[in-house]
Design a protein around this ligand. Sequence first.
Ligand SMILES: NC(=O)c1ccc[n+]([C@@H]2O[C@H](COP(=O)([O-])OP(=O)(O)OC[C@H]3O[C@@H](n4cnc5c(N)ncnc54)[C@H](O)[C@@H]3O)[C@@H](O)[C@H]2O)c1
Length: 326
Amino acid sequence: MLRVGLVGCGFMGRMHANVYRTLEGAQLVAAADIKPDVVEKYAGEFGLKAYPSLEAMLEGESLDVIDICLPTYLHSHYTIEAAKAGKHVFCEKPMALNLDEADAMISECSKAGVTLMIGHCIRFWPEYAILKKLVDNGTLGNLLSVNLTRYGAFPSWSSDNWLADSTKSGGGVLDMHVHDTDFVHYLLGKPDSIHSWGSVDDRGPGQVFTTMTYGKTIAHLEGGWNLPSSTPFKHAFRAIFEKGAAIMDAGPLTIYEDGKEPVVPEIPKMEAAGGGNISDLGGYYHELKYFVDRLSAGLPLEIVTPQTSRQSLETTLEEIRQIYSH
Ligand SMILES: NC(=O)c1ccc[n+]([C@@H]2O[C@H](COP(=O)([O-])OP(=O)(O)OC[C@H]3O[C@@H](n4cnc5c(N)ncnc54)[C@H](O)[C@@H]3O)[C@@H](O)[C@H]2O)c1
């Protein structure tokens, strides 16, 4: 049983704590947050020991894993601190604000011989995982094009509104759109060309339209958080193959094939070990389960690695560079 300590008890810290409740191979035992009221409430709710900092938690607990759910500008520093203490690290996306920070994370984790996984949860989201299989197994022929969309209102929950400060979050393109940039790399690899346009406001680059080419295959990505506050969050895709299509948009994921009835793949509902439905935790459940299972089995990561996360960061930074250059 892996002993986990989590740092950053906000929105994603809560999501991860709910996932750990369902995992058999790991136990969340302690949490740290800079805000005493936040960590006390969180620790009470999830039955954990509360600490004021990562440093204090490392001193007070015997831990195998540090789970980092901190604002993005802190990812690199805290990953390096955890690695130096000999702990495996699960760190939320985006990996970091820039490539120097990402490289330092990779190098310190490698030097310490610990595993680092970045929470690129869309690779583990059931509908997206089905799309990945359709591309890999070729049952619908070659992929001709894929549209990936992710948009919503500006997230209002962040502690001291750090998301609104692009020097801390990278803006909506790095914070939100990076999910689709990462997923298109998972589907197709590094693109031959990238063309991005978008808009910038006082919260940084908040909207992007990108076209990537892969030989004759085209990927078109649209993302943003600059919609009115009443706008519901939406993620969607439309993949067109030589002999069919896979569409998740207004309804559930549906696979279309010439001469056949459309198929809506069943996404299994999973029961948690202690009861309750865990399907709603989607990719958040599957990514942490994968991390814990691979660590427990002594196996390296394959679905998402520090290098794939660095690549997704590099491409997203290029998209941002192009937005500013137009
Ligand atoms: N995978 C996803 O779909 C997804 C969704 C939302 C956020 N995220 C990512 O998760 C990370 C956290 O975002 P969030 O929405 O949970 O933010 P949040 O503001 O809700 O939570 C951050 C927490 O960190 C604490 N904190 C700040 N500085 C600290 C420090 N030095 N030491 C200890 N605690 C400190 C804050 O008090 C707060 O409780 C970000 O990188 C974000 O991009 C990922």
